[in-house]
Design a protein around this ligand. Sequence first.
Ligand SMILES: *Cc1c(COP(=O)(O)O)cnc(C)c1O
Ligand SMILES: [Zn+2]
Length: 427
Amino acid sequence: MSVFQADAVMAEIKTLRCVIGGCAYAVDEVAYTCPRHGELGTLDILYDYEALRSSLDRDALTLGGSSDCWRYRALLPIASESRVPPLSVGWTPLYEAPRIAALLGLKRVWVKDDGANPTGSLKDRASALVLARALEAGINVVSTASTGNAAAALAGLGASLPAIKTVIFVPAAAPAAKVAQLLVYGAQVLLVDGSYDDAFELCLAICEEQGWYSRNTGVNPFTTEGKKTVALEIAEQLSWNAPDVLVASVGDGSIISGVHKGFSDLMRLGWIERMPRLIGVQAEGSAVLAEAFDAGLAPEDISRQPVATIADSIASELPRDRAKALRAVRQSGGAFVRVSDAAISAAIPKFAQLSGVFAEPAAAAAFAGLERALQLKIIQAEESVCLLSTGNGLKDIARARESVGGGIAVAADIAAVRGALGSAGLL
Ligand SMILES: *Cc1c(COP(=O)(O)O)cnc(C)c1O
Ligand SMILES: [Zn+2]
C-alpha cells in the first residue's frame, strides 16, 4: 500500500507502470516496486503527455524557469505548491570541450558537470525529489542504504530541511571518507556488521516496519524522475537539440535510466526530435550489465557477480536498476563498453587537464569509456557527444593522488626554484 493519497499529488501522474510486465497502477496503489514482479519490477512514472503537450510552453520555461532542477517542476511528480529542499540542486554547467573533441577527432563534445551539485554528485537530483515527496506525505524520516554518494545526497539535502531526519545504513567496512560526509551532515548512520546487501535488506525492512520513506535506488521510482532532470537540462542547454550520443558511467543503472526517461519525456512532448544513443560505461571489474548486454540477456536472467574496481560508485554486484538500464541502452540504439581500472585512473588527470573538470573515478570512467567507444567504432567522428561527469573529484582524493606524478620538491631558496623551473623547461 502506498503512503500517498491520490488527491495529495499532482493530477498529472497517470500511471505507475512496471518495466517487466507492463502492470499499471494508480499512484496511491503502490509506493515502490511492482507487487507482482517484486524487486525486478521497477516502475516508470508516466504522465498525461497529451495534456502536458497542450498546457506547457517549452520556450516560456526557458525564459522564466528557476536556476535549479525545479525549473522542470511541471514535468515532475510533485504538486506545484509543494515545498522542496532549499539547497540549489541541478542546472549544473554544460561546458563545450573543444580540446577533448580535437584530441578524439569528434565534431563536438560537451561536459555536463554534475559534480557541481551541493553534495558533489548527480545523486542530489534523486534525493531532492524523494525529500519533496516525503514532505508532501508528511513523513519525517527518510532512509537509504548506500556506501557513497546517494547517502551523502540524502544526508546533505535532509540537513537543509528542519523537519527531516535521515537514517543511513552502511556496511561497517565502508570507506571512512564517505562515512565522514554523512556524519558531518548529522545523518543517523548505522554501521551494519555485514555487506551492502545486508544493509540494503535491513533498510527496506525497517522502512516498511516504521513507515519511513525509502530512497533506495532501484526501489523508489521517484529517484529516476529526479535523475531525469539532467537530461532535460542538457536538452535545454543545447537549445533543445539533443546530442547524437550521451556517455555515462553505470553501476546500479539508475542514472542512465533517468537520462533515458528524461529524453523519452521530451520526445513524447515533441520538445526534441531524437533520442541520443546512450553509451553505458562499466568498470571491467563490475560489468554485470555490459555482459548481459553483450549476451543479449533479459533482466530476469542476470545474476550477481563479485566486483572489484577503484571506481567505488559504479561497483555493483547485482545492479538494482538492471531492467530499466538495459532497456535504456537497447531502446536508444546505444551500447555498453568496459574500461579497466588503469584506464579510469589515467582518465582522471586527462579529463581534468582537457576540460578543467575534476571528476571522481566513477565519473572519469565516462571519459575512458568515450575513448573506448571510439576505438570500437561505436561512435563516429562526425557525431556530437555529451559526457556526463557524475561526481566531484574531491570525493576520492586518494585515487586522484595515485593517478598523477609528484610535484617538484624544492628548497626554500630562489636559486633552487630557478634551477627546478629550468629543469622543468619553464624558464
Ligand atoms: C551513482 C554514481 C554512478 C552510477 O550511477 P548508477 O545509477 O549506480 O548507475 C556514477 N558516478 C557517480 C559519481 C555516482 O555517484
Ligand atoms: Zn509487474
